[in-house]
Design a binder for this molecule. Structure first.
Ligand code: IPM
Ligand code: MG
Length: 362
């Protein structure tokens, strides 16, 4: 089959890691008889420099016309002035909203071979296999009013954590469906002891639960969830939560795996279902790592595994997705490591070398 993929390399190390995913998909295409047609476009800081906007219309159009989008990373010190009118991150947020990507899946799987690269005790993280389903187009990020203004007694600012029934239902459904396809345990994370939006969230989750009698549901307050994630992370299977909570918890959860350089993500415009193609955007969860730009140093595995998620969810190519995931595992078994997961006795690789090792094993 032939697929059109939008490629948004972005800033910092973005272009370097994306190239490795393109390399690996090239080999997947050859082996399984697919053609991936890449359309490159600017987003983030580079788009601000080249077009004066973090998400040029042309980029959005290219994405809309594609079967899926692969993004690497945006941002950097060059565009970090808090007073700047436009920021690279605005491009990412506009993409999420513009493409209707309400469901963000962030799997955290601890590779047994890497259990030593975490700052936690290996026996705590060994065997962790969870997915955070983060609502991505609502809550504080987009809620109105959202502004800063001057009052007679000084400056004031407001952000709004607003959610509609529709927004809650569709993301919670993703949580239930995903749990059903895994170990059937769903943690709904909220702050219902304080927030009105969380009380509506919890009410709706309770109303939906009877439709999923096979899924074991529990409600966890977000502060408690943050604690339990490092105390006993193995108790989690699927976590579903609103935008800001999900942002914070996924950075925390990523540390279970030792390095952000290993973790992919998918942002979907619908409920994932085996065999069905859902439009989505795929990106590593790490940032643009400006200080490593051009050094051929950072780990491309998160981006390569994001490409595997794209094959699975947007192109319905499960066998091909598994081929990438197996190749990554094999590379680790063979002792290759980038600096972020390096241990004595292993072979240190750069970005390109690591990408080539994975590609060779497809
Ligand atoms: C993430 C990032 C973004 C977010 C930033 C870059 C806007 O932290 O994807 O988690 O807050 O959603
Ligand atoms: Mg974040």
């Amino acid at each position: 089959m032939r697929f059109n993929i939008a490629a948004l390399p972005g800033d910092g190390v973005g272009p370097e890691v994306l190239v490795e995913a393109v390399r690996v998909l090239g080999v997947v295409g050859k082996k399984f008889g697919h053609e991936f047609k890449w359309q490159y476009a600017d987003v983030g800081g580079i788009a601000i420099d080249n077009h004066g906007s973090a998400l040029p219309t042309k980029t959005l159009t290219i994405c809309q016309k594609s079967d899926a989008v692969m993004l690497a990373a945006v941002g950097g010190p060059k565009w970090d002035d808090p007073k700047a009118k436009v920021r690279p991150e605005d491009g990412l947020l506009a993409l999420r909203k513009g493409l209707g990507l309400f469901a963000n899946l962030r799997p955290v799987k601890v590779f047994p071979l890497l259990a030593n690269s975490t700052t936690l005790k290996p026996e705590v993280v060994q065997g962790v296999d969870l997915v955070v389903v983060r609502e991505l187009t609502g809550g504080l990020y987009f809620g109105k009013p959202k502004k800063q203004w001057q009052t007679s007694r000084g400056r004031r600012a407001v952000d709004s954590m607003a959610y509609s029934e529709h927004e809650i239902k569709r993301i919670v459904r993703v949580g239930f469906e995903l749990a059903r396809s895994r170990r059937k345990k769903l943690a709904s994370v909220d702050k219902a002891n304080v927030l009105e939006s969380s009380r509506l969230w919890r009410q709706i989750v309770i109303e939906m639960a009877p439709k999923y009698p096979d899924v074991e549901l529990w409600h966890v307050l977000v502060d408690s969830c943050a604690m339990r994630l490092i105390q006993n992370p193995r108790e989690f299977d699927v976590i579903v939560t609103e935008n800001t909570f999900g942002d914070i918890l996924t950075d925390e959860a990523s540390m279970l795996a030792g390095s952000m350089g290993m973790l992919p993500s998918a942002s979907l415009a619908g409920v994932p279902q085996a065999g069905k193609r859902i439009f989505g955007l795929y990106e590593p969860i790490h940032g643009s790592a400006p200080k490593y730009t051009g050094l051929d140093k950072v780990n491309p595995i998160a981006t390569i595994l994001s490409a595997a998620m794209m094959l699975r969810y947007s192109l319905a190519l499960e066998t091909e997705a598994l081929a990438i995931e197996k190749a990554v595992l094999k590379v680790l078994e063979d002792g290759y490591r980038t600096y972020d997961i390096m241990e004595t006795g292993k072979t240190l690789m750069g970005t390109k070398g690591m990408g080539e090792k994975v590609a060779e094993r497809i």
